[in-house]
Design a protein. Structure first.
Length: 297
């Protein structure tokens, strides 16, 4: 192999492969045809084989060129990604933190997040919190796509390669038409018909995980409640039992029982923050998670 491979040569080769013409590729790249032809020749000399065959019928990839083209495209994508990521890191830090929350999250926790961002002393005092409430799958997708900086969701599903920190918890309560006396035990759920919601906010995922973990024989009500209020109302109508976080009880006079886990502790659902360790504002997100722990301890 000869001289070093140039990025320009790779771009010229991709353009020729896409257009099937040296002249059309030159126009696409904004260079003269001799300059493009010279760049292709240098690339071929560097790689040690011809990439294209020219004939009166046009330009075609050689067998070597056909093998190399996917690698050329991969190399250019990686090069462009390096530049894009470097540009993102060198931009001024945003004045907003984009936070996604599940509908299941206690409003007090959202208020804590607001205070943690907007009441921060020093240079970060200018920060603003931009909130988005959405279902679990949408929040996780937006985090992966970079449309959100951090999310607060029930701790019910893994998200590899992302940072997680549990920041709060709250007790789950059992609502029924005729509640028994005192606290319920997890074992008491066996044999009951539970009213569930669509598996979107994390509550149903938590409930099903609890059922599997304790091997409980539970029947699911054939319908689904669309809101926490309906979940509560249907349970009081006698359609089944409902299990939900205490903060989601709509009526102040609703009779409920806390649930004890097998070790005697109150059964709780945990909430966590999730963010990318590669975010340009990762340090701020770590700090935010820490302040949320402090606010809720």
């Amino acid at each position: 192999m000869g001289e070093r491979v140039s990025i320009e040569g790779l771009r010229y080769a991709r353009a020729v492969a896409e257009t099937g013409s040296f002249s059309a590729a030159a126009r696409t790249c904004g260079v003269t045809q001799p300059a493009l032809s010279n760049g292709i020749a240098k690339l071929e000399a560097s790689l040690g084989e011809k990439l294209f065959d020219r004939s009166p019928r046009g330009v075609a990839l050689t067998r070597f060129g056909d093998t190399m083209l996917p690698r050329i495209e991969q190399a250019l994508r990686a090069f462009d990604d390096v530049h894009a990521e470097a540009a993102r890191w060198n931009e001024p830090l945003p004045e907003t933190i984009r936070l996604g929350v599940s509908p299941l999250i206690n409003p007090k926790l959202v208020a804590s997040a607001y205070r943690a961002v907007c009441d921060e002393p020093g240079e970060d005092a200018r920060k603003q919190l931009v909130l988005r409430e959405a279902n679990m799958s949408e929040l996780r997708g937006a985090l992966v796509d970079g449309d959100l900086d951090i999310i607060i969701v029930p701790s019910v599903a893994p998200m590899p390669r992302y940072e997680h920190r549990v920041i709060d918890s709250e007790p789950l309560v059992l609502v029924e038409t005729r509640p028994g006396a005192g606290r319920a035990r997890v074992e008491d759920l066996a044999g009951k018909q539970l009213i569930l919601m669509p598996d979107t906010c994390g509550l149903t995922a938590f409930t099903r995980s609890l059922i599997r973990e304790h091997d409980l024989a539970i029947t699911a009500y054939p319908g689904e409640a669309g809101t926490y209020r309906v979940l509560e109302e249907w349970s009081q109508l006698g359609l089944g039992s409902a299990m939900l976080p205490k903060s989601k009880l709509a009526a102040a006079d609703t009779t409920y029982r806390e649930i004890l886990d097998t070790d005697g502790s109150v059964l709780e659902i945990f909430y966590e923050t999730i963010w990318s360790p590669h975010s340009p504002i990762a340090n701020q997100l770590v700090h935010l998670a820490g302040r949320l722990v402090e606010h809720n301890s």
